[in-house]
Ligand binder design. Structure first.
Ligand code: SF4
Ligand code: SF4
Length: 162
């Protein structure tokens, strides 16, 4: 799989590894709500991921005009070590902070209304959060990923304002 992904994204997959928001499967709280998207509501793809998922029959890659970005939909189940980065970091997101000029990690604003972990303020696995913060540094060092995160952050911020 790694041969088809950019070096940065492969490294971030590695950094996050098996870490998840809870030590147990958080899907038990909501019946895996974030895995119930449809063909128009997929997970955003980071630079380097599109090429990989286009060649994987378990996924459908499409252009999501809401985010001006490619996204991927699945069949509601997956091989865990092949899932896209957006799934690995959910319900968190990488945001570019203009003031500090850094990529930060924060709850995904699209998830705050429905993800029980965020809604109920459930304590998140520290190792997971740490792996996301280290991943943010790696992403920051890659011009393509940095640009992408700037782009997505500006769109998510716009949604927030609306
Ligand atoms: S919606 Fe939240 S609690 Fe439910 S599976 Fe997704 S991340 Fe876990
Ligand atoms: S790829 Fe896996 S983790 Fe991501 S939405 Fe589909 S089933 Fe859920």
């Amino acid at each position: 799989m790694k041969n088809n992904l950019s070096e940065t994204i492969s490294k971030v997959y590695e950094l996050i590894g098996e870490h998840t928001p809870l030590i147990c499967d958080c899907g038990i709280y909501c019946n895996g709500k974030c895995c119930t998207g449809d063909d128009k509501d997929g997970m955003l793809l980071f630079p380097g991921e599109k090429e990989y998922f286009e060649n994987n029959d378990a996924y459908r890659v499409f252009f999501d005009e809401r985010y001006n970005s490619f996204a991927v939909s699945c069949k509601g189940s997956c091989i865990r070590d092949q899932r896209p980065l957006s799934c690995r970091i959910f319900p968190y997101q990488f945001y570019y902070d203009k003031k500090s000029e850094r990529i930060n990690v924060a709850p995904d604003i699209r998830a705050v209304d429905y993800c029980p972990l965020l809604k109920n303020n459930i304590k998140i696995n520290k190792k997971f959060l740490r792996s996301l913060r280290i991943s943010a540094l790696k992403l920051q060092s890659d011009p393509q990923c940095l640009e992408y995160i700037k782009h997505i952050s500006s769109i998510l911020t716009d949604f927030n304002i609306i």
